[in-house]
Design a protein around this ligand. Structure first.
Ligand code: IMP
Ligand code: MG
Length: 186
């Protein structure tokens, strides 16, 4: 692992999931999806912008089936505290009716985002709908949701890297790191 002095941002605390561990896990998830969707010709990976982009683009290359990708952009009404209200800023283009949709997000926190988007997508009558998330913070769940494909469960840390940001910073870090704001901006 890199030493903290080499981190590009002062507020980075420590690496909690290394680049190698992410790669291994993403490969496993891709293999699992390949097996589960062996008979499907209509697999749609539907990512939530922007956090899921890095994960989705790596994952799709580990799935040995024909894949289509699409994206939605979602934001919470209340930025500081997850309010349970989410707004669609930009919708997906594909008509998902009859498709095997895998909804992809970077991290599940309260669970409101996944719960809301899942309900909305079910109304659009996909053939099937599953949820895939790179990270989950089970201690933070406010609603009951199930994640069909999960990369890693983590404690209640705020994390950046591999697509996840703190105030738009840190998305391009190749690992997942926790942050400590008392370390100041970097
Ligand atoms: P939920 O609706 O509370 O589950 O919110 C999930 C969303 O909050 C994720 O898609 C992220 O955009 C954001 N989020 C939650 N925790 C973190 C974190 O530790 N780092 C970066 N983004 C996070
Ligand atoms: Mg998000």
């Amino acid at each position: 692992m890199d030493s903290p002095s080499r981190f590009p941002y002062q507020f980075i605390d420590r690496v909690i999931i290394s680049e190698a561990d992410i790669r291994t896990r993403v490969k496993e998830l891709g293999e699992q999806i390949t097996r589960d969707y062996q008979n499907s010709e209509k697999i749609l990976l539907l990512g939530l912008l922007r956090g899921s982009v890095v994960f989705l683009t790596d994952l799709m290359r580990e799935v040995r089936r024909p894949i289509t990708m699409d994206f939605m952009s979602i934001s919470s009404y209340n930025k500081s505290e997850s309010s349970g209200f989410v707004r669609i800023d930009s919708d997906h283009k594909t008509n998902i009716r009859g498709w095997d949709v895998i909804l992809i997000d970077d991290i599940v926190d309260s669970g409101y985002t996944i719960r809301t988007v899942r309900k909305l997508l079910l109304d659009r009558e996909p053939h099937s709908l599953k949820v895939c998330a790179l990270l989950d913070k089970p201690e933070r769940h406010k609603v009951d949701i199930s994640i069909d494909y999960l990369g890693f469960s983590i404690p209640d840390y705020f994390v950046v890297g591999y697509g996840l940001d703190y105030d738009e910073k840190g998305r391009n870090l190749p690992y997942i790191a926790s942050i400590d704001l008392s370390k100041g901006e970097g």
